[in-house]
Design a protein around this ligand. Structure first.
Ligand code: G3H
Length: 541
């Protein structure tokens, strides 16, 4: 570790100096419903930071960030009614609005959102422990995503601003909304991944009930005013509280048309099963993954090491796309492990706001203990910790830990660690990692490292049918966001990219008529008088 700072000395000793970085604790007592910020009169939950600070009673304690409304089953009816009133069975102002006008609302939101950059970065650091650089990148990527979504919808709209004639039938085909969307994002990208479903759902004319990520409740607070000011009442409603009491109740009501959820497949399965009308429910899901890296015997080791360090440990390994299993050819194993561990030993552990920091505190209170269980299990079954400083934890910190050799009987072989523990296996026959992928419950991505074109080609063809993205000499990742992001098996349902997200939150719907003089005249009049928002050849510039 850089400067050999002991892990127990990483939290700010002098709170006064770090306090200028800390947000003032926030008493969030409101939720957004039907265009109003309503005061919650029930119990409140407390929000604590993964950052520990000196406690007045001695020792250290999690910094108290504030509180949020602990909404319950009974309060969901009001929110559901608000979202349904705005949708009005597809007849509301928002779902029938011209796409060009919905774009103006989202553009207004985007313009106003820019002013929240610094505040959001501070909250990302303190609420989920994301480094300042990564927090800034998350904000900027989200702004770009929203801007690109607007452009993608304009393009889609232009393509459909026409009538087609096939076999005597004129038709105009567009995409229409699906209804009321329940939108829930993950804590590792509480802004970006949430907005990657929320904004497409809104811009396509759906109304939304949005529950922010469980670590990330408070960073959304400034956005509540923007949602209220930029969209018609009830188009977006924001709730807080326990998942079972809020999302579970909403699903059981049968009045949710689309579940947009990024989280675990276990929770997604529970939520889907709770919905009484399964045919009516659409699901857009980003779920578990355990993406492997396969390092072939002719790999460029510098490239493989650098991509694997970044791929497995960026944001402490808390990315669904993280490399969570590394298969290395036995001929390269020793050299790879040595270079890999040396690079990992140079990663800087510290506070999110420190310059050049790589490894930061973990937001899930039970995570260090869980990671320790996985490491202890592997050690008891014959693995060793290969890097200096590995296997250490203190409060919310867990040090990067490389385990070798990992075997199928170890928990880490199958469980998604979602943290800074990196299992390494060696292979002689590439069939071993391929079998691992074939038998895995997950099917998101893979990274292959090698230089022989014939060998790489041989692997591409079977592997594209196991996962949805085969990365060559490159870590696994979601971006650039114009590319499809999805997965097979328990890893996803539906595809998200800037363009695909517009499709998953909408359905093709059309107006058709037989080619007769009377019908042509009827359609021409509607088009000339611009009396329909849907049947229209107006072109968005
Ligand atoms: O947590 C999953 C994210 O979608 C990963 O995104 O690959 O850009 O870090 P990323």
């Amino acid at each position: 570790m850089v400067e050999n700072t002991p892990i127990y000395n990483l939290f700010p000793a002098n709170f006064a100096s770090s306090a200028e970085e800390a947000p003032h604790p926030v008493e969030q007592k409101e939720y957004l419903c039907g265009g109003e910020l309503k005061s919650w009169s029930g119990p409140f939950g407390q929000v604590y930071s993964p950052v520990f600070v000196p406690s007045p009673a001695g020792g250290i304690e999690r910094y108290h960030l504030g509180l949020y409304p602990e909404m319950d089953e009974n309060s969901m009816e009001e929110v559901l009614n608000a979202a349904h009133k705005a949708y009005d069975l597809g007849r509301g102002e928002w779902p029938t609005m011209k796409e060009s006008d919905r774009i103006l609302h989202v553009q207004d939101f985007l313009n106003k959102m820019m002013a929240l950059r610094d505040e959001t970065i501070t909250w990302l650091m303190w609420e989920i422990g994301k480094s300042k650089t990564d927090s800034a990148a998350e904000f900027d990527r989200t702004v770009e995503y929203v801007a690109d979504t607007i452009e993608a919808l304009k393009n889609m709209n232009r393509d459909s601003a026409k009538l087609e004639l096939h076999q005597d039938i004129y038709a105009q085909v567009r995409r229409g909304p699906l209804g009321v969307v329940l939108c829930m994002g993950p804590y590792n990208y509480p802004l970006n991944e949430t907005f990657a479903t929320l904004i497409p759902a809104l811009i396509m004319g759906n109304t939304v009930i949005f529950r922010p990520a469980r670590f990330g409740f408070l960073l959304m607070r400034p956005f509540l005013n923007l949602f209220r000011d930029c969209f018609p009442p009830g188009v977006i409603n924001v709730i807080y509280g326990d998942g079972e009491k809020t999302a579970g109740t909403l699903m059981k009501s049968g009045r949710i048309d689309v579940l947009a959820f990024i989280g675990s497949s276990r929770v997604a399965n529970i939520l889907k099963r709770q919905h009484p009308r399964s045919n009516r429910l659409r699901s857009v899901l980003g779920l578990d993954a355990k993406n492997p890296a396969i390092i072939l015997e002719d790999a460029d080791l510098d490239v493989a090491v650098s991509e694997c360090v970044n791929g497995s440990l960026a944001f402490n390994g808390q990315r669904c796309t993280a490399l969570k299993m590394i298969f290395v050819h036995s001929s390269l194993r020793e050299e790879f492990l040595s270079l890999f561990c040396k690079k990992i030993e140079k990663l800087k552990m510290g506070m999110p706001w420190e310059s050049g920091v790589d490894i930061t505190p973990l937001p899930e209170p039970g995570k260090p203990a869980y990671l320790q269980e996985l490491v202890d299990d592997a050690l008891s079954k014959g693995a060793s910790i290969c890097n200096e400083g590995g296997g250490q934890s203190y409060q919310s910190f867990y040090s990067p830990t490389v385990l070798f050799p990992v075997k199928p009987n170890m928990r880490i072989f199958e469980e998604e660690q979602f943290g800074p523990v990196v299992p390494v296996l060696e292979f002689d026959d590439v069939q071993a990692p391929i079998n691992y992928m074939v038998q895995s419950q997950y099917g998101q991505q893979v990274s292959i490292f090698g230089r022989n074109p014939g060998r790489i080609a041989e692997l591409i063809d079977p592997l594209v049918n196991q996962v949805c993205r085969v990365n060559i000499n490159t870590k696994c990742q979601r971006g650039p966001d114009v590319y499809p992001f999805n997965g097979r098996k328990d890893s996803a349902e539906g595809t998200l990219s800037v363009f695909d997200a517009l499709r998953v939150f909408s359905i093709r719907t059309m107006v058709a008529t037989r080619d007769t003089d009377a019908n042509r005249e009827l359609f021409s009049t509607i088009l000339e008088e611009r009396s329909s928002h849907f049947l229209s050849t107006d072109f968005i510039l």
